[in-house]
Design a protein around this ligand. Structure first.
Ligand code: 5GP
Length: 188
């Protein structure tokens, strides 16, 4: 992949749609990076600072906003999240695709940035399947789960703003589809 082909890969989708599993598989390719977002939400069990997110206080986050270092930033479920422009540029300059797992507001801002990009919306097969996955994950308390499910329908209605909608019915099938979209399955 030459740097001419390196792209920002925007991945959005409802909570528990499988978008995290998707990017975790994509970054196994040597020329695919993940942009570690900054957030003010507290870490979940098993999450590591610097690997999953950079966990900052609201004051620290606001200072970064004031410095203008974000490519995009948004408030999601009442917490602040953002992508650092320098991280993305570093990957693109190295000729790597860089995956941004961000919400719809962030995707809009990235679209306006003019950077080379492709956007993917990961859709669960149905709302029932999504509810089951969320319950199985068990990382949200019931109140937080209801809050997240409430916005899902709204999010799904905006999937037509994306270059590709991929349905996560079978994980391996979806990953193969995305690898094709990104040109990652061309053999040397
Ligand atoms: P979670 O708290 O479950 O990890 O993420 C909640 C939501 O925030 C998800 O929709 C996720 O895609 C989004 N998100 C995570 N990082 C960023 C970011 O840097 N920017 C934006 N705009 N959204 C983000």
């Amino acid at each position: 992949m030459s740097s001419d082909h390196a792209k920002v890969v925007v991945v959005s989708g409802p909570t528990a749609s499988g978008k995290s599993t998707l990017w975790q598989r994509l970054v196994q390719h040597p020329r695919v990076d993940f942009s570690v977002s900054v957030t003010t939400r507290p870490p979940r069990d098993g999450e590591e600072d610097g690997r999953d997110y950079r966990f900052l206080s609201q004051e620290e986050f606001d200072a970064l906003v004031a410095e203008g270092v974000f490519l995009e930033h948004a408030t999601v479920h009442g917490r602040s999240y953002g992508t650092l422009r320098a991280d993305v540029e570093k990957s693109l300059e190295a000729g790597h695709h860089v995956v941004l797992e961000i919400d719809i507001q962030g995707a809009d801002q990235v679209r306006e940035s003019g950077l080379p990009q492709v956007s993917l919306f990961v859709q669960p097969p149905s709302l029932e399947v999504l509810r089951e996955r969320l319950l199985a994950r068990g990382t949200e308390d019931p109140e937080e789960m209801d809050r997240r499910l409430e916005v899902v329908e709204e999010e799904m209605a905006q999937s037509d703003q994306y270059d590709h909608v991929v349905v996560n019915d079978d994980l391996d099938t979806m990953i193969a589809e995305v690898e094709d979209i990104l040109g990652l399955r061309q053999k040397a």
